[in-house]
Design a protein around this ligand. Structure first.
Ligand SMILES: CC(C)[C@H](C(=O)O)[C@@H](O)C(=O)O
Ligand code: SF4
Length: 418
C-alpha cells in the first residue's frame, strides 16, 4: 500500500518500511530551542545525561525570541545562560534579540523536504509546509536530542485535508485552518499527521502554507504536512538553498485514518473568539465590536505577504484613535524586505507601533493587555491570559480583517468596506 507523507519521511529516516503505530528511532537533522525552553533543556542534559556537550554544533540552535529584546533582569540572565552554552559548544547558529521568531528563522535557513526538525516549541509543526517532519517536544526530549542527535517517534496515523477551489477575496489560508479546527475541534487530530492537499494548497504560496502547518498543533496534530513542489523549490532558492530541494508527496493510494473535504470557494473570513481556537464564527457575527488593540505578526502571520497586505490596506489611512496597532515581522529578513518594499514606512505612517522581530505580543512577555481589553490578533492562540492578562479577550483573524479593523477601531469585514 502507498504511504502518507509522514510514513514516507519516517520510513526513509528510520530505514524501515514503517506503518502507523510503529515506534521508530530516527536521526534528527536540526534541533532548536528558545529563551522559553532552552534553559530547561540544558539543565536536563546536565542532570539526566551528565553532559553539556551537543552532538553536532552545526545542527543545534538557540533563539532569543520569546521575550526579546529582554524586558527583565530575569530574562536577561536566562539569555546569558543560553549564550554561554552556545559559546562553550562553538555553535555557529545562535540567534539574538531582533533576529526573529525561531520558526521563521528555521524555515528560512534550515527546513527542507524530508528532514526531521525538532524544536522545544509546540509550533515546530510549521516546518511541515516545507515537507519536513517538524514537531515540538518537551525540554527533556530536546535535551536528549541536543546531546545524542536521535529521537524516537510513534508513526502517526494521518488525517487528509483535501482542499479545492479558489479562495474568495480577503479569505486566506488562516481561514482555511480556522474552518478546519471548527469542523474537527481543537483535539480532532491529536497525534495525527495532518496532511494538507488539493488544488487550493497547490496554488498557495509557501508563506500561506506555513500558516496552516503552523496551526496544526491547535487541532492536536503531531505534524502538519504539505507536499514539496516547485513552490517549495523556489522558496528554498530565495534563501540560497535550492540544493536542499527534493520533490516529496504522499502516494495516491496512501491510507488515511480520517478525511475532510474543504470547498475553498464557500469559505469566508472567520474569527476565533475567546477563549478557544475552535470557537469559530464568521467575521460578520462580530462586526462592530470595539477593539482596544489590533496585532499583526507572530509565527503564524508575520511574513512578507502578510505585511504587504496590511500595508496595502493601511496605505494613506490612519489607525482609529481609540485603537492601537502593534506589528511584528517574523524575522529580521522579513523586516528588511518589508522596509525595502516600503511596507514598514506605510505602517508607521498609519500609526502602527512597529517592533523588532520576535514573538512580542503573542505570548504577552514584551507587550501585554490591560483589564477588560479586547484585542484582535493574527496569532494562533487565544487562550485566557495568553497575551499577559486574564481579564482580557483575544479574537483571532486573518491579516486583511485585522488591518481593516485597525482603521475602523472595531471588527470590520473587509468585503463590506474595501
Ligand atoms: C513558550 C513555548 C513553550 C510555547 C510553545 O511551545 O508553543 C509558545 O511558543 C507558545 O506559542 O505557546
Ligand atoms: S510567535 Fe507566538 S506562537 Fe509563535 S513561537 Fe512565538 S509565542 Fe509561540
Amino acid at each position: 500500500m502507498g504511504k502518507t507523507l509522514a510514513e514516507k519521511i519516517l520510513s526513509a529516516k528510520s530505514g524501515k518500511d514503517c506503518a502507523p503505530g510503529d515506534i521508530v528511532t530516527v536521526p534528527v537533522d536540526f534541533v532548536f530551542s528558545h529563551d522559553g525552553t532552552m534553559p530547561l533543556a540544558i539543565q536536563q542534559m546536565e542532570k539526566e545525561l551528565n553532559t553539556r556537550k551537543v552532538f553536532d554544533p552545526e545542527k543545534v540552535a538557540g533563539v532569543c525570541d520569546h521575550a526579546s529584546p529582554s524586558p527583565s533582569e530575569q530574562v536577561s540572565n536566562v539569555q546569558i545562560f543560553m549564550r554561554k552554552f552556545a559559546k562553550e559548544n562553538n555553535m555557529p547558529y545562535f540567534f539574538e534579540n531582533g533576529d526573529g521568531i525561531c520558526h521563521q528563522i528555521v524555515a528560512e535557513k534550515f527546513s527542507a523536504p524530508g528532514k526531521i526538525i525538532i524544536g522545544g516549541d509546540s509550533h515546530t509543526c510549521t516546518h511541515g509546509a516545507l515537507a519536513a517532519f517538524g514537531t515540538g517536544m518537551g525540554s527533556t526530549d530536546v535535551g536528549a536530542i541536543m546531546a545524542y542527535g536521535t529521537t524516537w517517534l510513534r508513526v502517526p496515523e494521518a488525517f487528509k485535508f483535501d482542499i479545492n477551489g479558489e479562495l474568495p477575496k480577503y479569505v486566506t489560508s488562516k481561514d482555511v485552518f480556522l474552518h478546519i479546527v471548527r469542523e474537527i475541534t481543537a483535539d480532532g487530530a491529536t497525534y495525527m499527521s495532518m496532511e494538507f492537499m488539493g488544488d487550493t494548497v497547490k496554488n498557495m504560496s509557501v508563506e500561506s502554507r506555513l500558516v496552516m502547518s503552523n496551526m496544526a498543533i491547535e487541532a492536536g496534530g503531531k505534524v502538519g504536512l504539505c507536499a514539496a513542489d516547485e513552490k517549495v523549490r523556489q522558496f528554498l532558492a530565495k534563501y540560497g538553498r535550492e540544493h536542499e530541494y527534493k520533490p516529496l508527496a504522499a502516494d495516491p493510494d496512501a491510507h488515511y485514518a480520517n478525511e475532510l473535504q474543504v470547498d475553498a470557494t464557500k469559505l469566508e473570513p472567520l474569527i476565533a473568539y475567546p477563549h478557544r481556537v475552535d470557537n469559530v464564527k464568521p467575521v460578520s457575527e462580530f462586526a462592530g465590536m470595539e477593539l482596544d488593540q489590533v496585532c499583526i505578526g507572530s509565527c503564524t502571520n508575520g511574513r512578507l505577504e502578510d505585511l504587504k497586505v496590511a500595508a496595502e490596506i493601511l496605505k494613506g489611512k490612519k489607525v482609529h484613535k481609540d485603537t492601537r496597532l502593534v506589528v511584528y515581522a517574523a524575522s529580521r529578513g522579513v523586516m528588511l524586505e518589508a522596509m525595502q518594499a516600503g511596507y514598514i514606512q506605510t505602517l508607521v505612517e498609519a500609526g502602527a507601533a512597529v517592533c523588532p522581530p520576535g514573538c512580542g505580543f503573542c505570548i504577552g512577555r514584551t507587550v501585554a493587555l490591560g483589564d477588560g481589553e479586547k484585542v484582535l490578533s493574527t496569532q494562533n492562540r487565544n487562550f485566557k491570559g495568553r497575551m499577559g492578562n486574564n481579564k482580557s479577550e483575544i479574537y483571532l483573524s486573518n491579516v486583511p480583517v485585522a488591518a481593516v479593523s485597525a482603521i475602523y477601531g472595531k471588527v470590520t469585514d473587509p468585503r463590506e468596506v474595501l
